[in-house]
Design a protein around this ligand. Sequence first.
Ligand code: NAD
Length: 509
Amino acid sequence: MINTELHKIGITDLAAGSSTGQQWFGHGPKITSYSPVDGQAIAVITASDARDYEKVLQTASQAKSIWADIPAPRRGEIVRQFGEKLRELKPALGKLVSYEMGKSYQEGLGEVQEMIDICDFAVGQSRQLYGFTIHSERPAHRMFEQYHPLGIVGIISAFNFPVAVWSWNAALALVCGNVIVWKGSEKTPLCAVACQKILADILQANQLPEGISSLLTGNAEVGKWLAADSRIPLISATGSTHMGRQVATTVAARLGRSLLELGGNNAIIVTPQADLKMTIMGAVFGAIGTAGQRCTSTRRLIVHEDIYEQVKTSLVEAYRQIKIGNPLEAEPHMGPLIDKAAVNAYSDALRKIEEEGGTFLVSGGVLAGHGFESGCYVKPVIAEVENHFKIVQTETFAPILYLIRYTGSVEEAIALQNDVPQGLSSAIMTTNLREAEYFLSHKGSDCGIANVNIGTSGAEIGGAFGGEKESGGGRESGSDSWKVYMRRQTNTINYSTSLPLAQGIKFNL
Ligand code: NAD
């Protein structure tokens, strides 16, 4: 199914899951990658064992000063070449993402476009790793701040954005002068192999040594090795809140830094003055896009009672038109979930909704028969619920949309929206300026992302991406997110002939 694409990317041997660049090796357990699209085994990849891990870390440790010695704009040039290669390979890599992860081909292409965008962003950033200068209180002194590379950046990523999330970290970490060690998701190992291969070939073409970009393959165990390793000053981890809690605890115990991008429970508030056509479009894409497997997927729709019935009717009508099927084909709006464990979590959630007193406006179910042989295709669901239900307070990574009614002012809707443990993305649909501004004020949304008249998903590369509360607190991608990949140093230079002390302290010998 994807042999031509793999060939274009330059993958001829699928056996090894550890790499320091041109060297590929693996001595751990075998991981079979199954496509949720058709249930076919795509590849068997040997995961990393402790020996492979050590080899990767030692090679990265040797490479880090070589890479950091290269001026930042020249590092940017390498990232530029990587972005160019991605442009060339966009259809092939996009198809691999779609086939291994199960998102639509359009979304697969979109993910590769995000990689290209962050490369472009990072190239510009490589000439803008600015510090401040500060006026000293002492005469003939100059103070300034500068940023230095950290060394090794460890990246742990989730299955749902199997290439983009790594690239957000990789492109910025590299221009900031760090070498990178990546453990991709065990559910999408081939996507990780492909990205590593593409970048490693660019590094080799520039006569750069092994260890600047490395790959590890494996499950949580390998991620735990990274988190515990004091040779890695920064761990950037994307995944569930459960994972983030464990990584944060381990990294904090060694006083390392972590950048956490975790689960969301994202809501759209729909006020009486919303544009309902845009609302329905935004809500449906947000809820069923990527089969509800985006960290920013719309989980809750908080709708004012005045328009509640109208929104309900339009939503049910829109859901009737949703086609489910092979995401590589143009027609279907929604493809499969990642695996059968995800299907079980979806079915569990439906049971809990019922147990807690929710009612289904659009009922769910697992699809079987022709075209659905993988067992990973489910129906999208809309349920009327109350915000305090335990199941509503949890992120279920599936196309389940909760409909919640509010009766009073926008403050009441915002209180409901904020009343969950997560704080990733949020949106308000309104044409009322006062409501929109209130939503964006400090009294409004408590999320890292707050949108007006667009949905909760589909962030652009230019803004800092991340969430509050159980969503982790980290920021990646645009704006000044690069700073997390560097260590900050404050410098004071005295060009006088005396040694005055700060705060006027006198000290004479
Ligand atoms: P997951 O937490 O199961 O796994 C994510 C990664 O962490 C995998 O590589 C896994 O092997 C590793 N891992 C798991 N436990 C670990 C541990 N204790 N120590 C070290 N590594 C460990 O998540 P998933 O099912 O792959 O992805 C879905 C989740 O990711 C959702 O909760 C989603 O919201 C979240 N996500 C968040 C963002 C964001 O930017 N906020 C982006 C994408 C996905």
